[in-house]
Design a protein. Structure first.
Length: 212
């Protein structure tokens, strides 16, 4: 049975509606350079994005956990929308830090990175004339499947979200609004990292790096 599961929550998508009554958003597709209007049910989501087969027999779903996590932060999110201000209380910062950490980790782009890293490793090994099974520690390696990628991605969320939220929670929080006559745009990977400082070959976009 099909079930669209969002990696950007609908309560965020609802802040960008082009058609309030029909809960529709205007979408720009960078790949095709086309725009269209569609329901929020159809964007920033995939069929069974949070479900995977375990041992080829059990269907495991992360969706109830994702929904419960969203419900935990929704009251704080709504309060900020209503008051248009931050109170900078520990409770508010904790909720927002968790929301941002969860959103940073849960996206399609984050999951795709797992496959891209594997493809780069395999290509490097094969360029050297070897194969993955010859690499120490990779003797039982098998190419990633949709299920194995989903499982690895979801486990990484569990293992990293606490540390990510803690790092984000140490930062200064500011609330911004668009200027009159202007609007914000929402991307399918909506936690954006930007850094004005440079650190040479080490990069500058790590979550705990100075300047982020």
């Amino acid at each position: 049975m099909t079930q669209n599961q969002h990696y950007v929550p609908k309560f965020i998508l609802r802040q960008f509606l082009a058609d309030t009554d029909g809960e529709r958003v205007a979408v720009y597709d960078k790949q095709t350079d086309k725009t269209f209007v569609t329901s929020i049910r159809n964007v920033m989501a995939e069929n069974r994005f949070n479900d995977f087969l375990f041992d080829d027999d059990w269907m495991v779903s992360f969706e109830p956990i994702a929904c419960a996590a969203e419900d935990q932060v929704l009251p704080v999110y709504k309060k900020i929308l209503e008051t248009r201000r931050l109170d900078n209380s520990p409770e508010e910062k904790a909720a927002l830090a968790f929301l941002m950490a969860f959103q940073l980790l849960r996206t399609k782009a984050n999951r795709d990175q797992w496959q891209q890293v594997e493809e780069l490793i395999v290509a490097k090994v094969e360029e050297s004339g070897g194969k993955m099974q010859d690499v120490r520690g990779w003797e039982d390696w098998q190419p990633a499947t949709e299920n194995s990628l989903k499982r690895a991605h979801l486990l990484s969320i569990r293992n990293s979200i606490g540390e990510f939220a803690q790092i984000i929670g140490t930062k200064d929080f500011l609330l911004a609004a668009p200027a009159d006559g202007r609007s914000f745009y929402l991307g399918d990977n909506p936690v954006c990292l930007n850094n004005m400082q440079t650190f040479g070959p080490y990069g500058n976009l790590g979550l705990a790096v100075t300047g982020i």
